[in-house]
Design a protein around this ligand. Structure first.
Ligand code: G
Ligand code: G
Ligand code: MN
Ligand code: NA
Length: 255
């Protein structure tokens, strides 16, 4: 069978799993929450990256059932961590959502159901969307407003990489900007990267938005970002994405 057919069966065959990458406070190293990232272990090909199968899932519409499964899984896990008070405070579970999911009429109801079934408070869920997923799309923007009405957080992922970034801040009720890792990569050596990162944090502060720096790999990058005023970051320096049981242990060590 072709890859799309195999992907269609992947949920039922329990070939998908979710790994969790910590999002930390730069000042203290404490965990703010985690980002859920889907993985597909193909029976013959081994691990297939979401970068390779998410586009296929979007083309075929399979992203809808797959995304619903990821959302349910992430909410159940976060609710478990939240109930166990692993954080000692609220936590954030960030879930990536494709444009195709956002435009699906039942999407907001799916989110409400995932929250109700898991018992996770809406304020603990952050839906991550890319700029291109919502750009110029009234249905997507309407869904974002409905999600905000539910009380969930909304993050603009890969912020700064699309051409539409600034206008979206006027039309979309986002709570969080995720500075794309391309601006962090050479931030300690390329003055323009530092200048863009500084402009983004100043804008986030002016708009009362949270900002998370992505792709932080070195202590130098973390220190520089902290100096610029970033309070939250994510990246291999702190932890790669890890399975749920390992993430639960990270909580224990990072309070
Ligand atoms: O983990 P990384 O290789 O883990 O992810 C590659 C890309 O796939 C990223 O752009 C990430 O946002 C996306 N991605 C990972 N998990 C999901 C998911 O559950 N849904 C969607 N729509 N995208 C995801
Ligand atoms: O598009 P999004 O930001 O959701 O994608 C997250 C992607 O970034 C995933 O593929 C994840 O595995 C990857 N990632 C997470 N931390 C780092 C990092 O420090 N460096 C690099 N190069 N990639 C990272
Ligand atoms: Mn993301
Ligand atoms: Na990103």
């Amino acid at each position: 069978a072709d890859l799309a057919t195999q992907l269609a069966a992947a949920v039922d065959n329990a070939e998908l799993s979710v790994v969790y990458q910590p999002i930390v406070r730069l000042g203290t190293g404490r965990l703010l929450g985690t980002e859920a990232l889907v993985r597909w272990r193909h029976p013959r090909r081994g691990l297939i990256s979401p970068a390779d199968f998410i586009p296929l899932a979007e083309e075929t519409g399979l992203i809808v059932p797959i995304g619903r499964w990821v959302l349910g899984e992430a909410c159940r896990r976060a609710a478990e961590w939240w109930r166990d008070q692993l954080a000692g405070h609220d936590l954030v579970m960030a879930v990536n959502v494709a444009g195709r999911q956002l435009r699906e009429p039942g999407f907001v109801a799916d989110v409400a159901a995932a929250l109700a079934e898991s018992g996770l408070p809406a304020r603990c869920l952050s839906i991550e969307v890319t700029e291109t997923a919502v750009f110029d799309d009234e249905r997507a923007i309407a869904a974002l407003h409905a999600l905000r009405d539910l009380g969930v957080m909304l993050a603009l992922d890969d912020f700064g990489t699309a051409s539409s970034s600034l206008g979206l801040l006027l039309t979309c009720p986002v709570t969080t900007l995720k500075l794309d890792r391309s601006f962090v990569e050479s931030i300690t050596t390329v003055a323009r990267q530092e200048a863009v990162a500084m402009a983004v944090i100043q804008m986030a502060n002016a708009l009362a938005l949270n900002a998370v720096a992505e792709g932080v790999e070195t202590v130098e990058q973390a220190a520089l970002l902290r100096g610029l005023g970033y309070r939250y970051a994510q990246g291999y320096l702190f932890s790669p994405p890890v399975p749920a049981d390992e993430a639960a242990k990270l909580w224990a060590g990072r309070q």
